[in-house]
Design a protein around this ligand. Structure first.
Ligand code: ATP
Length: 469
């Protein structure tokens, strides 16, 4: 079972790092292409047995830090479907669009603002179709179709990203469609008054929720980075008018620290300020992550939004959304944080993905923190002989009431260790022939591969201590 020392080395094969991560995700049950047996559905992904555990651990950490550890935040889980007027009030029906052009040769659609960004041109949501097209055609020689490589496009047209449904509509006309949510935060604005009336918070206070969002992205790409269906973790903090600045800076600091506590390294994170703010915004920053292969791109948006959202909903619904503080009535200003869970998931995987050389062979490890690891302990009988499998299964059954465990008896012990390394399991417990005599098992630590002999009657204590270290 001895495994010699290691030297860091990136994998030998020709796949780039992100391709290797994607391949591991499928091979080890983290993420699958949505509707794969039908050829797949672009922009939709399914989280497999390991993926759902990792995703839930990330969500739990977000919820714990954002809601449970705070005394001024309230949790929420709003319905995804909302009254059609919500999206009128929010501006999504009129303005939630991206500029799309089509390759005249092969009909591939491109998102023009992102293509311009790639060549160092800023094209933001404030620009009109005409302005975007001016910039697009001026730089056309530098933009190639990602599929056929030609440079022959239709002019850019704004394409609305909201996805329609026929919710409650039994006609064929669908004149007033109920949209799938383009962003999760609208559910918070809609419930601001309910939370105020039921929980009687003092201002300032926050509301947080994790909910799905759907966008008809022109070119879903980069795995979980840009999907058509994804989940967002949002918080909205309500403050008195003009009391935004200090709290905004505090929230920015907290969110940065949250990523460090999650295990992302500071060198892979950076701030990006929005140059061109929409008219109601006071400030807007993104935290970017340095994804392997893709490079730095937006992970989370932190926005100082003034009273725009509640004013709009007040206007469109006719319902008074003032906050009444001892007779002083005002519409609160909002500080928002919004992040796609898939983008965090991908950052966590990228950070954890490590390839080492051991005894001349590659060892791939997901070096998750113990808190995030999908499986905490694996139970492995040294051989498939019943005298070893039976007591190992008994031990596994006992321990799985306490920790998230796996039992594995297939193939050699070395292969089983490698499989556990690839899903990031911090501890492997091996029951061998000696265990029958000495009542002890071997516990192997993932990162150092150090092996400790531990008495079975002390195993639970040993693992409990190790897992909270
Ligand atoms: P982008 O410029 O990348 O399209 P955005 O600025 O439109 O993003 P927001 O509307 O601010 O994004 O959404 C908040 C967060 O939701 C983003 O920071 C990102 O983490 C996540 N997100 C947005 N669009 C997608 C998507 N298509 N797939 C996965 N996550 C997304």
């Amino acid at each position: 079972m001895a495994e010699k020392n290691k030297v860091f080395k990136e994998g030998k094969s020709s796949l780039d790092k992100m391709e290797k991560i994607i391949s591991l995700c499928k091979r080890r049950g983290f993420v699958f292409q949505g509707s794969e047996i039908y050829g797949g559905l672009a922009g939709a992904y399914d989280f497999g047995p390991m993926g759902v555990e990792l995703l839930n651990n990330i969500k739990d950490f977000w919820w714990k830090e954002t809601v449970h550890k705070k005394s001024d935040y309230y949790g929420l889980d709003s319905a995804m479907f909302k009254h059609p007027k919500v999206w009128e009030a929010s501006g999504h029906i009129a303005g939630f669009s991206d500029p799309m052009a089509e390759c005249k040769n092969c009909n591939t659609r491109i998102r023009v603002d992102k293509e311009l960004e790639k060549i160092g041109m800023t094209a933001d949501e404030k620009m009109s179709e005409e302005e975007i097209n001016k910039l697009f055609f001026k730089n056309l020689d530098k933009i190639k179709c990602p599929k056929c490589g030609k440079t022959d496009f239709t002019p850019a047209k704004n394409f609305n990203l909201l996805i329609k449904s026929n919710y409650g509509d039994f006609t064929d006309k669908n004149t007033e469609p109920v949209y799938l949510p383009g962003e999760a935060c609208q559910g918070i604005y809609l419930n601001y008054k309910n939370v105020v009336d039921s929980m009687h918070p003092k201002i300032p206070f926050g509301i947080a929720q994790i909910n799905k969002a759907f966008r008809n992205e022109i070119s879903p790409r980069n795995f979980l980075f840009r999907c058509r269906e994804f989940e967002q973790a949002d918080s909205q903090y309500f403050v008195r008018p003009n009391e935004n600045k200090e709290k905004y800076e505090e929230i920015k600091k907290e969110r940065w620290q949250w990523y460090l506590d999650l295990g992302l390294s500071e060198k892979n994170l950076r701030w990006k300020r929005h140059d061109n703010l929409v008219f109601y915004a006071k400030d807007a920053w993104d935290i970017e992550y340095n994804y392997p292969t893709y490079g730095f791109d937006e992970l989370e948006g932190i926005h100082d939004r003034s009273d725009y959202d509640l004013t709009q909903h007040s206007k469109f619904s006719g319902v008074d959304l003032f906050f009444n503080e001892d007779g002083n009535k005002f519409i609160p200003w909002i500080l928002e944080t919004s992040v796609g869970l898939g983008r965090i998931f991908l950052a966590v995987l990228s950070e954890a993905y490590t390839v080492e050389m051991v005894d001349g062979e590659e060892r791939t490890i997901l070096k998750f923190s113990k808190q995030l690891a999908p499986v905490k302990v694996a139970f492995l009988p040294l051989s498939k002989k019943e005298e070893l499998t039976r007591p190992t299964i008994n031990l596994f059954k006992q321990m799985k009431n306490k920790f998230i465990c796996q039992y594995d008896e297939t193939q050699s012990i070395g292969k089983r260790y490698r499989r556990q390394d690839e899903i990031g399991t911090p501890y492997c417990v091996t029951f061998d022939f000696e265990s029958l005599n000495d009542g002890a098992v071997t516990v192997r630590e993932r990162d150092t591969m150090r092996q400790d002999r531990v008495k079975i009657n002390n195993l639970e204590n040993y693992l409990s201590e190790k897992l909270i270290e």
